[in-house]
Structures are given as structure tokens and as C-alpha cells.
Design a protein. Sequence first.
Length: 108
Amino acid sequence: MSVCMGSTTTTKKPTTTARSRAVLRDVEPGSTVECAHCGERVKFQAKVRHKQVICNVYERGKWVRVEHFHADCYEAAGEPHGDVDTTPVVKARRTPAAAAPTLETRTA
Ligand SMILES: [Zn+2]
């Protein structure tokens, strides 16, 4: 049995470590950033609870800048930095392990 492997060489792309990505976040109070699409301030408004899209922009594998968009503007701009990661931030909770030592009461 002879299998010709010559023509089907799979060109392996180098695993891109860093590429632009976009995440959806709440607008923080005191935010002074401007939307990269419409140029308006991405304002925090307690009543409205705006969402913003924060993009880490990479060029040729190197981080160059952060861009902020209004959530709507990012869509309007045609999602220039790819799909928005809408996974909410999980804040790392510190387990007070040291504060509560487990007491093992043993009856010998
Ligand atoms: Zn905007």
C-alpha cells in the first residue's frame, strides 16, 4: 500500500500568541476615555449602566494600544478587533484560609 503524502503538506501556522481582542465591560465611574468610533466620551451613568468594549490592539504580535468603544459603536464599526468576549470578569476571591485554621479534634 502506497500513500502519497507529497501534495498534502499541512502548513502549520505558528500559534499566534498575541492578537487583538475585545471584551465587554461596564463603564467605570470617572471614565474619561473616548470612543474610537464616534469620538465621544464613554461616560459613566449610574442609571443607564452603559457597556463599553475595550480592545487590546496588537500589531504583528505586539501590543500597541487600547481602544474603547461604546458597545453599540463597536458593532457599528464592524467589530474591527474581532468578536467581543462577553464573559464577565470573575474577581479573584481570596479565601481566608490562613485566618481560619482547621482544627482537628481527635480523640486518641
Ligand atoms: Zn461611540
